[in-house]
Design a protein around this ligand. Structure first.
Ligand code: UD1
Ligand code: CA
Length: 485
């Protein structure tokens, strides 16, 4: 099979990410702020990979170390180039290009703070560049308010002749509503020659990458534009309001994607699904559901309302109501909630239950086993079809170390039991309600560990004379029913 032109790699891709991001007012690099659960730089790398660059460089400057560390961990395919002082977009591209040495072909330039740019749009831009055999192709958009952006200046025949920055534009140029996204494909030789020519005699005293396009025009080389129908894809983030706006839109797009794939989302406005989540068909998400990280949900499961799952695996047909879970595994047809807290290492088998006000940490609840009400289960293995009564607490921590507890298969733990770890309750045992279990209970036994009840006869009349309780006692003694009816 021959590759389509879109799939042929580009020679290089440079992501600009050296800017200061002053208006974010953050200790964190602007490009590391997240949109739909992925850093803006992560989105830029994701889009970049869509055109298969043979060389991928991220130009870093402000908080360079932070950004480099991030790339090292999450995008090791990228190299970084330092732009120690920011002398403009042209200077930045030079910093990215120079270390790449000699090569020919296409160089794509994108930004680290334009999170909605998709791989598809970048592919279309490269396609247009190839079809038109251009020296430069720029991604543009028509927007209602072009203020602040560079404007695409075209001649009478519609050919692009120049890009004018907002601050350098005259009154008539300011009326142009076609903007420069800052994303381009360049022929490598043209780019090198154009960058070598760059001056900085403009309103900002910077080396403008846009002038390379002017340079190509002056040399009569073919320059083109690709107008995207979706201006969101060209929007950059400079402050936290724009961050929230684009995050909202990115989330909306995730929801649309999942609804198209067969997921019911009852209230899209209160539902969040970040980029790396995976969902089956006929999943229902009730209002207030937040799914993030590497969370996956199997076919037909119902999540929410008011549930947050992070890095959690949910099996098919499970039901998870009003739950907070992190690094947990919920088996097929398992039932969780309401008001349940599943912490890292909580694993529920097929058809298992963790009910109301139950907290589970580093524990396995076996197939069909139930912890229905008001329990803490920590560092415990519960066998299949065991039943753990209301208010059972595993005392797993002695103040120094954590210890493990084992509850065998099909055992029945009475309400209000405290299991002092380390302790083993074998399969097929009963524990009497209210027990404090400190020693192993062998299979088939009943464990009882509580004080025997004794009643002190006539104590109320003697020690609480004159109270309403004493009066009720007297009444009961004189023949009315024991509950005083
Ligand atoms: C730039 C374009 C403008 C376009 C706009 C789109 C130029 C001269 N202008 O303007 O036509 O409409 O983007 O958003 O190119 N950066 C560096 N090093 C630098 C300067 C910038 O890495 O020295 C990076 C920034 O981090 C940012 C991107 O380049 O990601 C754009 O820089 P910015 O200063 O925002 O450019 P604009 O003035 O908005
Ligand atoms: Ca900008």
């Amino acid at each position: 099979m021959s590759e389509s032109p879109d799939q042929q790699p580009v020679a290089a891709l440079i992501i600009l990410a050296a800017g200061a991001g002053t208006r974010m007012k953050s200790r964190k690099s602007k490009v590391l702020h997240e949109v739909a659960g992925r850093s803006m730089l992560g989105w830029a790398v994701h889009a970049a990979n869509g055109v298969h660059p043979q060389r991928l460089s991220v130009v870093v400057g402000h908080l360079a170390e932070q950004v480099s560390e991030y790339l090292h961990e999450f995008a090791p395919e990228a190299t970084t180039a330092l732009q120690a002082e920011q002398h403009g977009t042209g200077h930045a591209v030079k910093c990215g290009l120079d270390p790449m040495g000699e090569f020919s072909g296409e160089v794509v330039v994108t930004y680290g703070d334009v999170p909605l740019l998709s791989a598809e749009t970048l592919q279309a831009l490269v396609s247009e560049h190839r079809t038109a055999a251009n020296a430069v192709t720029v991604l543009t958009a028509r927007v209602p308010d072009p203020t602040g952006y560079g404007r695409i200046v075209r001649d009478a025949s519609g050919r692009i002749v120049e890009i004018v920055e907002d601050r350098d534009a005259d009154e008539s140029q300011k009326q142009i509503d076609e903007i420069n996204s800052g994303i381009y494909v360049f022929d490598a030789e043209l780019l090198r020659a154009g960058l070598a020519q760059l001056g900085s005699s403009n309103a900002q005293g910077e080396q403008y990458l846009t002038d390379v396009l002017g340079y190509a025009v002056s040399r009569d080389l073919p320059v083109g534009g690709y107008v995207t129908e979706d201006p969101w894809e060209t929007e950059g983030v400079n402050d936290r309001q724009q961050l929230a706006r684009l995050d909202h839109e990115a989330n909306r797009r995730q929801l649309v994607r999942w609804m198209k794939a067969g997921v019911t989302i009852v209230d899209p406005l209160s539902t969040r699904i970040t980029a790396d989540v995976g969902l089956g068909i006929d999943v229902t998400l009730q209002p207030g559901t937040i799914l993030s990280g590497a969370t996956t949900v199997g076919d037909g499961a119902e999540i929410g309302p008011d549930t947050r799952l992070h890095d959690t695996e949910v099996g098919a047909e499970a039901s998870v109501i009003r739950t907070e879970a992190n690094l947990a595994v919920i088996g097929e047809r398992a039932v969780v909630g309401p008001f349940t807290y599943l912490r890292p290492g909580a694993e529920l088998g097929t058809g298992a239950k963790a009910g109301a006000f139950v907290e589970v940490k580093a524990s396995t609840i076996g197939e069909g086993a139930k912890v229905p009400h008001l329990s803490y289960i920590g560092d415990t293995t519960i066998g299949e079809r065991a039943n753990v009564g209301a208010g059972t607490i595993v005392a797993n921590y002695d103040g120094v170390a954590k210890h493990r507890t084992l509850i065998g298969k099909a055992s029945f733990i009475g309400c209000g039991t405290t299991l002092i770890a380390p302790v083993e309750v074998a399969a097929g045992t009963y524990i009497a309600a209210g027990s404090t279990i400190t020693e192993a209970v062998p299979a088939g036994d009943l464990g009882v560990a509580r004080g025997r009840q004794r009643n002190v006869e006539g104590w109320v009349a003697k020690r609480r004379a004159g109270t309403r309780t004493a009066a009720a006692a007297e009444e009961a003694a004189s023949g009315s029913s024991p509950v005083g009816e």
